[in-house]
Design a protein around this ligand. Structure first.
Ligand code: SIN
Ligand code: MN
Length: 203
């Protein structure tokens, strides 16, 4: 993994192409295994709207959203434990966040054609001194970052396959989202789409 090149987007650090093609392929294989044990599902917001991104998770906790609201849960909606976070993902975490505690959740987001994610803060975790580390795989996604308040100024950047983003320090509670995906801009996933993995310390 190569963290030598760093681009700042507001308070967020982006490491372009931190992961080479072989590492990206290995991560996709691990993520497919996770999705076999804990199938992707479409979360529903508390207002009843189906999210366009499909999700699953690995680790002690996964993030779920349904009519009861959103929260971390120790089990997949089907009632099984989440698979363990694979070593390949833990290695990325340790390189990108060497001083942090170990992640307790690797949230896996799959963006098919037309999927997007509205601006939000990652604030369901207990300890905001711990960073969130994000990995992009597959199609390019237009990432947008603001400040800690909703409605402030934002900046955008196309995230490409292999990019690693760290939301830590001042950026930990920055609003962020994905406005759109450039469908089939990458050949990493044979059917197209974008995978984003965000690792978090939950407790
Ligand atoms: C997220 O905020 O959970 C996902 C961010 C991304 O897809 O890059
Ligand atoms: Mn987020």
């Amino acid at each position: 993994m190569n963290l030598e090149r760093k681009v700042s987007l507001g308070s967020v650090n982006i490491y372009p192409e931190a992961l080479g093609l072989a590492a990206q392929r290995a991560l996709v294989a691990s993520i497919r295994e996770i999705a076999r044990a804990a199938p992707l599902f479409s979360p529903v917001t508390s207002s009843g709207k189906k999210m366009s991104v499909r999700m699953t998770a690995a680790g002690q906790f996964g993030w779920v959203s349904d009519a009861r609201g959103y929260r971390y849960e120790a089990q997949h909606p089907r009632g099984v434990a989440w698979p363990e976070i694979p070593q390949s993902l833990l290695d990325v975490w340790k390189a990108a966040a060497p001083h942090a505690r170990l992640p307790e959740c690797a949230l896996i987001n799959f963006y098919g054609e037309g999927a997007r994610m509205g601006l939000h803060q990652d604030n369901d975790e207990a300890d905001f001194s711990q960073p969130v580390v994000s990995i992009s795989l597959g199609d390019e996604g237009l990432f947008r970052v603001g400040g800690r308040e909703r409605g402030g100024k934002t900046a955008s950047h196309w995230l490409r396959s292999g990019d690693v983003v760290v939301l830590g320090g001042d950026a930990r509670l920055a609003y962020h989202g994905v406005d759109r995906i450039k469908h089939r801009s990458s050949t990493l996933l044979p059917d197209g789409g974008r995978i984003n993995v965000t690792m978090r310390v939950v407790t």
